[in-house]
Ligand binder design. Structure first.
Ligand code: CAA
Length: 259
Protein backbone atom coordinates (compact mmCIF):
# COMPACT_ATOMS: atom_id res chain seq x y z
CA UNK A 1 0.00 0.00 0.00
CA UNK A 2 1.63 3.22 -1.23
CA UNK A 3 0.64 6.55 0.30
CA UNK A 4 2.15 10.00 0.45
CA UNK A 5 1.90 10.80 4.16
CA UNK A 6 1.78 7.41 5.86
CA UNK A 7 3.84 4.23 5.61
CA UNK A 8 1.93 0.98 5.89
CA UNK A 9 3.46 -2.40 6.62
CA UNK A 10 0.74 -5.07 6.76
CA UNK A 11 3.28 -7.75 7.75
CA UNK A 12 5.30 -5.83 10.35
CA UNK A 13 5.19 -8.95 12.52
CA UNK A 14 3.10 -12.08 12.39
CA UNK A 15 -0.55 -10.93 12.45
CA UNK A 16 0.53 -7.37 13.30
CA UNK A 17 0.38 -4.41 10.89
CA UNK A 18 2.13 -1.08 11.37
CA UNK A 19 1.00 2.33 10.19
CA UNK A 20 3.54 5.13 10.55
CA UNK A 21 2.46 8.75 10.22
CA UNK A 22 5.07 10.27 7.96
CA UNK A 23 5.15 14.08 7.75
CA UNK A 24 8.20 14.49 9.97
CA UNK A 25 9.00 18.11 9.02
CA UNK A 26 5.51 19.18 10.08
CA UNK A 27 5.62 17.03 13.25
CA UNK A 28 3.07 14.74 11.59
CA UNK A 29 0.41 17.48 11.51
CA UNK A 30 -2.76 15.74 10.38
CA UNK A 31 -3.80 17.26 7.08
CA UNK A 32 -6.89 16.12 5.20
CA UNK A 33 -4.99 13.81 2.88
CA UNK A 34 -3.11 12.09 5.68
CA UNK A 35 -6.37 11.35 7.47
CA UNK A 36 -7.94 10.08 4.25
CA UNK A 37 -4.95 7.79 3.73
CA UNK A 38 -5.21 6.59 7.31
CA UNK A 39 -8.89 5.84 6.77
CA UNK A 40 -8.16 3.84 3.63
CA UNK A 41 -5.28 1.94 5.21
CA UNK A 42 -7.31 1.02 8.29
CA UNK A 43 -10.30 -0.12 6.22
CA UNK A 44 -7.98 -2.28 4.11
CA UNK A 45 -6.14 -3.82 7.07
CA UNK A 46 -9.44 -4.45 8.84
CA UNK A 47 -10.46 -6.65 5.89
CA UNK A 48 -7.30 -8.79 5.94
CA UNK A 49 -7.74 -12.00 7.94
CA UNK A 50 -3.98 -12.21 8.40
CA UNK A 51 -3.94 -8.92 10.33
CA UNK A 52 -5.12 -9.29 13.91
CA UNK A 53 -3.77 -6.14 15.53
CA UNK A 54 -2.70 -2.73 14.20
CA UNK A 55 -0.13 -0.31 15.60
CA UNK A 56 -0.24 3.38 14.71
CA UNK A 57 2.92 5.33 15.42
CA UNK A 58 4.76 8.49 14.46
CA UNK A 59 8.45 9.12 15.06
CA UNK A 60 10.53 9.86 18.16
CA UNK A 61 9.87 13.60 18.00
CA UNK A 62 6.14 13.50 17.32
CA UNK A 63 3.23 11.13 17.22
CA UNK A 64 1.25 14.05 15.77
CA UNK A 65 1.19 17.75 16.70
CA UNK A 66 -2.49 18.11 15.85
CA UNK A 67 -4.65 18.92 12.89
CA UNK A 68 -2.83 20.95 10.25
CA UNK A 69 -3.26 24.55 11.41
CA UNK A 70 -1.92 25.99 8.16
CA UNK A 71 -4.52 24.06 6.18
CA UNK A 72 -7.32 25.14 8.52
CA UNK A 73 -6.33 28.77 9.03
CA UNK A 74 -8.51 30.35 6.34
CA UNK A 75 -11.45 27.96 6.44
CA UNK A 76 -14.98 29.24 6.90
CA UNK A 77 -17.57 27.29 8.92
CA UNK A 78 -19.25 26.34 5.64
CA UNK A 79 -15.94 25.02 4.26
CA UNK A 80 -15.61 22.90 7.39
CA UNK A 81 -19.18 21.69 7.08
CA UNK A 82 -18.68 20.72 3.44
CA UNK A 83 -15.32 19.06 3.98
CA UNK A 84 -16.60 17.41 7.17
CA UNK A 85 -13.04 16.41 7.95
CA UNK A 86 -13.87 14.51 11.12
CA UNK A 87 -16.00 12.06 9.15
CA UNK A 88 -12.77 10.36 8.04
CA UNK A 89 -11.85 9.97 11.71
CA UNK A 90 -14.90 7.76 12.24
CA UNK A 91 -13.04 4.94 10.46
CA UNK A 92 -10.62 4.72 13.36
CA UNK A 93 -13.48 4.17 15.77
CA UNK A 94 -15.17 1.74 13.37
CA UNK A 95 -12.09 -0.45 12.91
CA UNK A 96 -12.85 -3.91 14.30
CA UNK A 97 -9.27 -4.97 14.92
CA UNK A 98 -7.57 -3.61 18.03
CA UNK A 99 -5.41 -0.53 17.43
CA UNK A 100 -2.48 0.39 19.65
CA UNK A 101 -1.03 3.90 19.54
CA UNK A 102 2.74 3.86 20.05
CA UNK A 103 3.45 7.45 21.08
CA UNK A 104 6.73 9.31 21.39
CA UNK A 105 7.11 13.10 21.51
CA UNK A 106 4.14 15.35 20.84
CA UNK A 107 0.60 13.98 20.87
CA UNK A 108 -1.29 17.27 20.79
CA UNK A 109 -4.74 18.39 19.73
CA UNK A 110 -5.82 16.04 16.95
CA UNK A 111 -2.72 13.95 17.74
CA UNK A 112 -3.91 13.37 21.29
CA UNK A 113 -7.41 12.73 19.94
CA UNK A 114 -6.04 10.23 17.44
CA UNK A 115 -4.17 8.37 20.20
CA UNK A 116 -7.30 8.37 22.37
CA UNK A 117 -9.40 7.00 19.50
CA UNK A 118 -7.06 4.00 19.40
CA UNK A 119 -7.78 1.22 21.88
CA UNK A 120 -4.59 1.37 23.94
CA UNK A 121 -1.67 3.77 24.23
CA UNK A 122 1.95 2.84 24.86
CA UNK A 123 4.11 5.90 25.42
CA UNK A 124 7.77 6.74 25.45
CA UNK A 125 8.89 8.68 28.54
CA UNK A 126 9.37 11.68 26.20
CA UNK A 127 5.71 11.71 25.16
CA UNK A 128 3.71 14.89 25.73
CA UNK A 129 -0.07 14.90 25.61
CA UNK A 130 -2.33 17.93 25.44
CA UNK A 131 -5.28 19.68 23.85
CA UNK A 132 -3.74 23.10 23.08
CA UNK A 133 -6.49 24.22 20.67
CA UNK A 134 -7.61 26.88 23.17
CA UNK A 135 -4.31 28.70 22.63
CA UNK A 136 -5.14 29.24 18.96
CA UNK A 137 -8.67 30.41 19.64
CA UNK A 138 -10.52 27.17 18.95
CA UNK A 139 -11.36 24.01 20.87
CA UNK A 140 -10.95 20.26 20.32
CA UNK A 141 -13.11 18.94 17.50
CA UNK A 142 -12.14 15.30 17.03
CA UNK A 143 -13.42 13.93 20.30
CA UNK A 144 -11.02 15.60 22.74
CA UNK A 145 -13.61 17.01 25.13
CA UNK A 146 -15.49 13.71 25.20
CA UNK A 147 -12.77 11.04 25.24
CA UNK A 148 -10.40 12.94 27.51
CA UNK A 149 -13.18 13.55 30.02
CA UNK A 150 -14.14 9.88 30.03
CA UNK A 151 -10.49 8.83 30.36
CA UNK A 152 -9.24 11.20 33.08
CA UNK A 153 -12.38 12.73 34.63
CA UNK A 154 -13.99 16.14 34.39
CA UNK A 155 -11.65 18.20 36.56
CA UNK A 156 -8.48 16.99 34.85
CA UNK A 157 -9.94 17.20 31.35
CA UNK A 158 -11.33 20.67 32.00
CA UNK A 159 -7.90 21.92 33.09
CA UNK A 160 -6.14 20.50 30.03
CA UNK A 161 -8.77 21.73 27.58
CA UNK A 162 -9.10 25.22 29.10
CA UNK A 163 -5.38 25.91 29.62
CA UNK A 164 -3.94 23.94 26.71
CA UNK A 165 -1.09 22.75 28.94
CA UNK A 166 0.87 19.63 28.08
CA UNK A 167 1.33 16.69 30.41
CA UNK A 168 4.19 14.21 30.33
CA UNK A 169 3.89 10.47 29.95
CA UNK A 170 4.18 9.71 33.67
CA UNK A 171 1.35 12.10 34.51
CA UNK A 172 -0.73 10.72 31.63
CA UNK A 173 -0.17 7.26 33.08
CA UNK A 174 -1.12 8.30 36.59
CA UNK A 175 -4.31 9.93 35.26
CA UNK A 176 -5.29 6.73 33.42
CA UNK A 177 -4.93 8.14 29.90
CA UNK A 178 -2.37 5.59 28.74
CA UNK A 179 -1.39 1.98 29.39
CA UNK A 180 2.36 2.16 29.93
CA UNK A 181 5.41 4.41 29.87
CA UNK A 182 8.70 2.95 28.69
CA UNK A 183 12.14 4.34 27.80
CA UNK A 184 12.20 6.12 24.45
CA UNK A 185 14.09 3.36 22.64
CA UNK A 186 11.45 0.80 23.67
CA UNK A 187 8.07 2.32 22.92
CA UNK A 188 7.58 0.58 19.58
CA UNK A 189 8.93 -2.75 20.91
CA UNK A 190 6.56 -2.54 23.86
CA UNK A 191 3.60 -1.79 21.57
CA UNK A 192 4.63 -4.72 19.39
CA UNK A 193 4.88 -7.01 22.41
CA UNK A 194 1.33 -6.08 23.41
CA UNK A 195 0.08 -6.44 19.81
CA UNK A 196 1.64 -9.90 19.48
CA UNK A 197 0.09 -11.03 22.74
CA UNK A 198 -3.37 -9.93 21.56
CA UNK A 199 -2.77 -11.43 18.11
CA UNK A 200 -2.41 -14.87 19.67
CA UNK A 201 -5.98 -14.77 20.98
CA UNK A 202 -9.08 -15.72 19.03
CA UNK A 203 -9.69 -12.84 16.59
CA UNK A 204 -13.42 -13.41 16.96
CA UNK A 205 -13.33 -13.17 20.75
CA UNK A 206 -11.02 -10.13 20.49
CA UNK A 207 -13.41 -8.38 18.13
CA UNK A 208 -16.47 -9.07 20.29
CA UNK A 209 -14.61 -8.12 23.48
CA UNK A 210 -13.36 -4.86 21.94
CA UNK A 211 -16.89 -3.98 20.86
CA UNK A 212 -18.15 -4.72 24.34
CA UNK A 213 -15.55 -2.59 26.14
CA UNK A 214 -16.30 0.27 23.74
CA UNK A 215 -20.01 -0.14 24.47
CA UNK A 216 -19.27 0.85 28.06
CA UNK A 217 -18.44 4.34 26.73
CA UNK A 218 -21.56 4.65 24.67
CA UNK A 219 -24.38 3.20 26.74
CA UNK A 220 -25.90 2.91 30.18
CA UNK A 221 -24.95 -0.06 32.39
CA UNK A 222 -28.03 -2.17 31.67
CA UNK A 223 -27.70 -1.83 27.90
CA UNK A 224 -23.96 -2.50 28.12
CA UNK A 225 -24.45 -5.64 30.21
CA UNK A 226 -27.02 -6.91 27.75
CA UNK A 227 -24.68 -6.25 24.83
CA UNK A 228 -21.82 -8.00 26.61
CA UNK A 229 -23.98 -11.05 27.36
CA UNK A 230 -24.99 -11.43 23.70
CA UNK A 231 -21.38 -11.13 22.56
CA UNK A 232 -20.35 -13.68 25.18
CA UNK A 233 -22.96 -16.13 23.85
CA UNK A 234 -21.78 -15.38 20.30
CA UNK A 235 -18.22 -16.51 21.10
CA UNK A 236 -19.67 -20.01 21.56
CA UNK A 237 -20.52 -20.06 17.84
CA UNK A 238 -16.80 -20.06 17.00
CA UNK A 239 -14.41 -22.95 16.44
CA UNK A 240 -11.97 -20.90 18.48
CA UNK A 241 -14.14 -21.36 21.58
CA UNK A 242 -14.03 -25.14 21.09
CA UNK A 243 -10.28 -25.00 20.48
CA UNK A 244 -9.64 -22.71 23.47
CA UNK A 245 -11.59 -24.83 25.91
CA UNK A 246 -10.27 -28.18 24.57
CA UNK A 247 -6.71 -26.86 24.78
CA UNK A 248 -7.29 -25.86 28.39
CA UNK A 249 -8.66 -29.29 29.28
CA UNK A 250 -5.88 -31.09 27.34
CA UNK A 251 -3.23 -28.83 28.92
CA UNK A 252 -1.83 -27.57 25.61
CA UNK A 253 -1.50 -24.18 23.92
CA UNK A 254 -4.57 -23.14 21.92
CA UNK A 255 -4.15 -22.42 18.20
CA UNK A 256 -6.82 -19.93 17.21
CA UNK A 257 -7.83 -19.66 13.57
CA UNK A 258 -10.39 -16.88 13.64
CA UNK A 259 -13.20 -19.26 12.73
N1 CAA B 1 -0.17 22.22 12.00
C1 CAA B 1 0.67 22.63 11.02
N2 CAA B 1 2.00 22.70 11.16
C2 CAA B 1 2.52 22.37 12.35
C3 CAA B 1 1.70 21.93 13.41
C4 CAA B 1 0.31 21.86 13.21
N3 CAA B 1 -0.54 21.43 14.15
N4 CAA B 1 2.50 21.66 14.48
C5 CAA B 1 3.77 21.92 14.08
N5 CAA B 1 3.77 22.32 12.79
C6 CAA B 1 4.93 22.71 11.97
C7 CAA B 1 5.46 24.08 12.37
O1 CAA B 1 4.71 25.10 11.75
C8 CAA B 1 6.89 24.00 11.88
O2 CAA B 1 6.88 24.18 10.48
P1 CAA B 1 7.92 25.24 9.80
O3 CAA B 1 9.27 24.63 10.07
O4 CAA B 1 7.52 25.24 8.36
O5 CAA B 1 7.72 26.55 10.50
C9 CAA B 1 7.25 22.55 12.13
O6 CAA B 1 6.02 21.84 12.24
C10 CAA B 1 8.03 22.35 13.43
O7 CAA B 1 7.29 22.96 14.48
P2 CAA B 1 7.91 24.04 15.50
O8 CAA B 1 9.00 24.82 14.84
O9 CAA B 1 6.78 24.82 16.09
O10 CAA B 1 8.55 23.05 16.59
P3 CAA B 1 8.77 23.31 18.14
O11 CAA B 1 9.57 22.16 18.63
O12 CAA B 1 9.28 24.69 18.38
O13 CAA B 1 7.29 23.26 18.80
C11 CAA B 1 5.11 22.32 19.13
C12 CAA B 1 6.58 22.08 18.76
C13 CAA B 1 5.01 22.76 20.59
C14 CAA B 1 4.37 21.00 18.94
C15 CAA B 1 4.53 23.43 18.23
O14 CAA B 1 4.81 23.10 16.87
C16 CAA B 1 3.04 23.58 18.34
O15 CAA B 1 2.57 24.20 19.29
N6 CAA B 1 2.26 23.04 17.37
C17 CAA B 1 0.84 23.21 17.30
C18 CAA B 1 0.12 22.35 18.35
C19 CAA B 1 -1.37 22.60 18.28
O16 CAA B 1 -1.85 23.68 18.52
N7 CAA B 1 -2.14 21.53 17.92
C20 CAA B 1 -3.56 21.61 17.80
C21 CAA B 1 -3.95 21.86 16.37
S1 CAA B 1 -5.69 22.16 16.14
C22 CAA B 1 -6.43 20.62 16.26
O17 CAA B 1 -5.77 19.63 16.40
C23 CAA B 1 -7.92 20.61 16.15
C24 CAA B 1 -8.58 19.31 16.39
O18 CAA B 1 -9.22 19.07 17.39
C25 CAA B 1 -8.49 18.22 15.42
Amino acid sequence: MEFEFILVNPTFAQHVALIQLNRPKELNALNLQLMLELKQALAHLDDQDEVRCIIITGNQQAFAAGADIKQMESRTPIDLLKIDQFETWDQIRKTKKPIIAAVSGFALGGGCELAMTCDMIIASETAKFGQPEIKIGIMPGAGGTQRLTRAIGKANAMELVLTGKFIGAEEAKSLGLINRVVPEELYLDEALKLAKEIAQMSPIAVRLAKESVNKAFESGLQEGLYFERKNFYMTFASEDQKEGMSAFVEKRKAEFKGK
